[in-house]
Design a protein around this ligand. Sequence first.
Ligand code: HEC
Length: 145
Amino acid sequence: MADNSWGRMLGCVLCLCAGVVALSAMAGRSVATAADKPDQSLSTFMRMKLEASSRILEGLTTEDAAAIKEGADALMKMSNAERWNVLADEDYREFNRDFRSSVRKLHVAAENGNFDNATLQWIDTVKACVECHKYVRTQRPTIKN
Ligand code: HEC
């Protein structure tokens, strides 16, 4: 994707920040780990990523390393769960690897208290969210619910 599109997208992401931070304040402190609830719908499971993302954003904006790590841990755990693998092809696995690699770097940056780097890793993570979803949309008929 061209750089200027990412610029526009980053603008959108930043606009969303305020809302997400407000939501996270309402949602309380703990991030549920959706991986523990195999009976919920795929949609409910996938939407838990928003809660973890909101916790990470809260951590980045308030320089709270523990919050970032908590959200990153929840995303890592989810992306390891059986439910996550709604597609089994090599491309999907590669999108997942990229995503997990960014989340891992985000966690390390938070561990080191490097919030600038953590912010950059979060942007990479969000790009990985978007890229995987673009791919998933092209594969939609093959998705199991
Ligand atoms: C490796 C692929 C992949 C990555 C990375 C990924 N997702 Fe998803 N996501 C999916 C799939 C698959 C679905 C289910 C799509 C469907 O039902 O059509 C989904 C669905 C969703 C949904 C819609 C749930 C619903 O039905 O209402 C949201 C919201 C979402 N993801 C958020 C995120 C966020 C936020 C991130 C990054 C922090 C992320 N996702 C990263 C694969 C991914």
